[in-house]
Design a protein. Structure first.
Length: 85
C-alpha cells in the first residue's frame, strides 16, 4: 500500500529516479541486449516512448503481464509529462 501511494503521488516522474528502476526490475530480462530497445539507456526509451506507451496501455508487454497497473500508469504518466530524464 505504501509503495502504491508513492507511485500515485509522483507528479512529474523522471526516467532516472522513477522509470529506470521499473525497467530494470520488469524489462531487463529481455531488453538488456536489444540494441536500441535496451530500456536501460534513456535515449533508447525516449526514442521509443510512443511504442512503450502503447505496450503499457494494451498490456502486450511484457508477455507475462508482470508489470502492476500502478507501474504501467507511472510509465504512461512519465511519457505524457514529456519523458524527462
Amino acid at each position: 500500500m505504501h509503495y502504491l501511494f508513492l507511485i500515485l503521488s509522483i507528479a512529474n516522474p523522471t526516467y532516472t529516479q522513477d522509470i529506470k528502476p521499473i525497467f530494470q526490475n520488469r524489462c531487463s530480462r529481455c531488453h538488456d541486449y536489444l540494441g536500441d530497445k535496451n530500456w536501460q539507456v534513456y535515449q533508447n526509451a525516449y526514442t521509443h516512448r510512443d511504442m512503450i506507451k502503447v505496450k503499457m496501455l494494451d498490456k502486450s508487454m511484457p508477455p507475462d503481464t508482470s508489470i502492476p497497473q500502478e507501474e504501467r500508469d507511472l510509465i504512461v504518466k512519465w511519457i505524457d509529462k514529456g519523458a524527462k530524464e
